[in-house]
Design a protein around this ligand. Sequence first.
Ligand code: ADP
Ligand code: 5GP
Length: 233
Amino acid sequence: MTETGNDAPRRARPLVLAAPSGTGKTTIAHRLVDEHDDFVFSISATTRTPRPGETDGVDYRFVSRERFDQMVERGEFAEWAEVHGNLYGTPTANLEAASERGDTVVLDIDVQGAAQIQAAMPDVTLVFVLPPDAPTMLDRITKRGTESEAEVKRRLRSALEELARVYEFERVVVNDDLDTAVADVEAMARGHEAGRRPFDETARIDTLRRDLAEALRMRMEAEAEDAESAGGS
Ligand code: ADP
Ligand code: 5GP
């Protein structure tokens, strides 16, 4: 177990990072786990196919739909949800193993899953990660280079739905400078952020929602124009 460099009692509440795709929450989760021995990543099960570079048992447990349904029936998930047309779930065993060791388990899950976890176990640290602005978020989604245009649109739609629920979250971190965001989330997980002035991101969230809705509208229009010209040729 890593020394925290602080006399505060060790806290090992699960850390739930929720956010729309492309905000950088996976990057933050992996940085925390890489840098601190007492943070462990919760490897979710998913029916999604692996992206290039992803490893089974490291990034996810990639399972068939049948296997996933079986895990649901057996009550093996602490939460599960359908996200972008695929099923994702957190095995309860991940939480139990970390809790036994006194480690902080990091859940990189969507907003629906975060709400389920919060309802089932109130003693968690729930953090919503925000991108600095819409262009940065779009850039992060597309620069990963793994998403088709249809997938980008689907993720934008989900992002708008997820952002509508940001006010359910007690803590919000803006992932602009990565080092700062990682340090902020670590402090929250360790319970060191008490006494901080709560910051109000209402204006940022409103602008983000407006700009993402506009980006989605433009992409839908471009798609309709393409379909029209293909049909007319
Ligand atoms: P998410 O899990 O929210 O979908 P990822 O962690 O996969 O997002 O990040 C999406 C892309 O953005 C990746 O290419 C990642 O390297 C990049 N990224 C994440 N955080 C930052 C940051 N603070 N500054 C610049 N690029 C970032
Ligand atoms: P991706 O396919 O980009 O890896 O993940 C898509 C979304 O599913 C992300 O928002 C990610 O956080 C979420 N996700 C990953 N694992 C889980 C999980 O176990 N449960 C839930 N509810 N969402 C998850």
